[in-house]
Design a protein around this ligand. Sequence first.
Ligand SMILES: NC(=O)c1ccc[n+]([C@@H]2O[C@H](COP(=O)([O-])OP(=O)(O)OC[C@H]3O[C@@H](n4cnc5c(N)ncnc54)[C@H](OP(=O)(O)O)[C@@H]3O)[C@@H](O)[C@H]2O)c1
Length: 264
Amino acid sequence: MENVALITGASSGIGAEFAKIHAQKGGDLILVARRKDKLKELKTKLEENGSKVIIIAADLSKNKTADEIYKYVSSKKIKIKYLINNAGFGNLGLFYEGNLETYENMIAVNITALTKLTRLFLPDMIKLDEGKIMLVSSIASFVPGPLNAVYSATKAYVTSFGESLANEVKETGVSVTTLCPGATKTEFGKVSGFEQNDDGPMQFAPAKEVAEYGYDAMLNDKGVVVPGMFNKFITGFVSKFVPRSMTAKFARSMMDKRDDEVIK
Ligand SMILES: NC(=O)c1ccc[n+]([C@@H]2O[C@H](COP(=O)([O-])OP(=O)(O)OC[C@H]3O[C@@H](n4cnc5c(N)ncnc54)[C@H](OP(=O)(O)O)[C@@H]3O)[C@@H](O)[C@H]2O)c1
C-alpha cells in the first residue's frame, strides 16, 4: 500500500468524504468504524477507482482498540502518511440528566482514542520526517456549550491538543491540522439525538465541502482551520471579544430552539 491514509469514523459523514477525496488523489486507505457493512460498501466503491482499501471494524470507545490498530498496521509494515482522527459523537440535553456511560464513551472516542492513535503513529512519522495528522474538532471547542457540555469540553481538548502538537512538530516534516467544522449535514444529529432540520436555527454545510476544506488545509500544513463565514465569525470574533457568560447564554438559546427537533 502506498500514500496511505488511516481514517477513523469513515463509515459516514465527514470521514467517508475524506476517504473519497483521498482515493480520488490516488491514495490507499485504512478505514476504521464500527459498522462493517458501511465500511464494506465504501471499500467496494473506492476500489473500483483503483485504491487499495483495508477496513477495520472496531469500537474506538474500547481502550485497547487504538493499540490493536497500531499493532495490526505495524505487523503489515504499512507506513501511515496521513492519520485522520475524525471519529466522534455528541449528545443533546442537560448534563445532569444524561447517561453517564454515554459520556464515558464520548470521552473515550473523542479524546482517548484520538490521543492514543496520535501518540502511537506520530513517532514513526517523526522518524521518517514525513506525515500529516488531522484532528477533527468543532467550533464548539471555542465557546461554552450548555446542553452539549461534555461534547464541547471534549472538543476544547482536541483544539488545544492540536494547537500544542502543531507547535511541537514544527521543526519536523510532520504537520498537525485541527479542523473545526460548524453544523454539517451528516449522521451526527441522528446519533446525538436531534434532527438536522434545515428550517431550524442552524444551516448545515454539506459534508463533502467540509471534508474538502479540511483535506486541503492538511495538505498545506495549516494549523487550526475553520470552514464557513458564520463559523469563522463565532471562532474569530465571538469567542475572543464577547464575554463567555453572554456566549453561553446565546449558545443555550440556540440549543433551546432545537427542542422541537429533539428525537424523542
Ligand atoms: N456534523 C456536525 O455538525 C459536526 C460539527 C462539528 C464537528 N463534527 C465532528 O466531525 C466528526 C465526524 O462526525 P460526522 O459529523 O461526520 O458524524 P457521523 O456521520 O455520525 O460520523 C461519525 C463517525 O464516527 C464513527 N464513530 C462513532 N463512534 C465510534 C466508535 N465508538 N468507534 C468507532 N467509530 C465510531 C461513526 O462510525 P460507526 O457508527 O460506524 O462506528 C462514524 O463513521 C466528529 O468528530 C464530530 O464531532 C461534526
